[in-house]
Design a protein around this ligand. Structure first.
Ligand SMILES: NC(=O)C1=CN([C@@H]2O[C@H](COP(=O)(O)OP(=O)(O)OC[C@H]3O[C@@H](n4cnc5c(N)ncnc54)[C@H](O)[C@@H]3O)[C@@H](O)[C@H]2O)C=CC1
Ligand SMILES: O=C(CO)COP(=O)(O)O
Length: 326
């Protein structure tokens, strides 16, 4: 049994807290929203009425309380809020497992890089893969990957999460696992747009495949291993989010394709949509590193308010015919 602090009582932080408490761990959740904290304190999860909340979960609005309590910290905050939220705390010597998926807009950094800037001696791992919060909360079968640099810590954290319905594979490619979970959100938006425009199943399959190729091109330039993108945190999560209306990123794209403005789509969803921010960093990185990223550029232009049909046509018509792999 371990004491696990969870930073962020949103859907993902809460689903993982439910799972960890079911494994017999003591969980303390931190969130800025008092209604989330009060609900968890009453023994009710704030999001899913049909999911029982096990004993072993407490919650607080005091960040330092969670840091002091935890043997392992699980980070499930929206990526753009991480630096500000953690700027005054000392995480040196802590094991931090990031479950957030995205890049910081201002710096284009991954979450582990942000954490290392804040506390250079913390040990960061990343938990990622195809895992909608609601399904994990309900205890439905799920497989994810845990990446990090220290074998012993990976095995320890794997043992905390592992259950018959929550399989955790290990990887030493932290860069690749973080990038897979971040970049797939941008491709999921593109697939949603395509479906919203009524382009059909062929178009979505093409976008997933070419989107994966784009993720690999950028990922390799940033130091990731190619094979990681064909695993759970890459293709696995891409297939999940790019084909399901449970995905906020896909839904955002779908609404844009149906003619909603960005602000009306975001308001309708009412939850964090990481791809909207990550695409800014992706476009910047692809320019700096001279990587072809036509799908990300198309998403970027859409988010600037350009007409979806026009952007889609340009995406299809602009590139001259070329080989599939070159
Ligand atoms: N929902 C899902 O199925 C999955 C989400 N993720 C990732 O998890 C991260 C969080 O997503 P969700 O939990 O779904 O978002 P959400 O929109 O359900 O909740 C976000 C939570 O963060 C809290 N928050 C925001 N700023 C904060 C701060 N400064 N301090 C404390 N709390 C703060 C909010 O009060 C809210 O409760 C994202 O990076 C997302 O990509 C990853 C896998 C699955
Ligand atoms: O990453 C996710 C599932 O693995 C959740 O995706 P969305 O943030 O698009 O809902």
């Amino acid at each position: 049994m371990a004491r696990i602090g969870v930073l962020g009582g949103g859907r993902w932080g809460t689903a993982l807290s439910l799972h960890l408490a079911r494994q017999g761990h003591q969980v303390l959740v931190f969130d800025i929203k008092s209604e989330v904290v009060e609900s968890l304190r009453r023994g009710q999860n704030p999001y899913w009425e049909d999911v029982d909340t096990p004993k072993g979960i407490d919650a607080t609005t005091e960040l330092l309380e969670v840091i002091g309590f935890s043997q392992v910290l699980l980070l499930a905050l929206p990526v753009q809020s991480i630096r500000e939220a953690l700027k005054d705390v000392d995480l040196n010597g802590k094991k931090v497992v990031s479950a957030s998926k995205g890049l910081e807009v201002e710096t284009s950094l991954r979450v582990s890089q942000i954490l290392k800037e804040i506390s250079p001696h913390c040990e960061v791992m990343c938990l990622s893969g195809p895992s909608f919060a609601r399904e994990v909360a309900k205890g439905l079968p799920t497989a994810v990957v845990l990446a990090g640099e220290e074998e012993e810590s990976l095995r320890y954290v794997q043992s905390l999460f592992f259950s018959p319905y929550f399989r955790v594979y290990l990887s030493t490619d932290l860069v690749g696992v973080e990038l897979g979970g971040s970049l797939k959100n941008v491709v999921a938006i593109a697939c949603g747009v395509s479906d919203g425009l009524g382009f059909g199943d062929n178009a979505r399959a093409a976008l997933i495949t070419r989107g994966l190729a784009e993720m690999v091109r950028l990922g390799e330039k940033l130091g990731a291993k190619r094979e990681t993108f064909y695993g759970l945190s890459g293709l696995g999560d891409l297939v999940l989010t790019a084909t399901s209306s449970q995905s906020r990123n896909y839904t955002l794209g779908y609404l844009l394709g149906k003619g909603h403005s960005l602000s009306s789509a975001l308001e309708k969803i009412g939850q964090v949509v990481e791809g909207v921010h990550t695409v800014m960093a992706v476009v910047k990185l692809s320019q700096e590193l001279d990587v072809r990223a036509p799908i990300s550029y198309a998403v970027y232009r859409l988010l600037q308010g350009e007409d979806p049909l026009q952007v889609a046509h340009q995406l299809l018509m602009n590139p001259p015919p070329h080989r599939e792999f070159e």
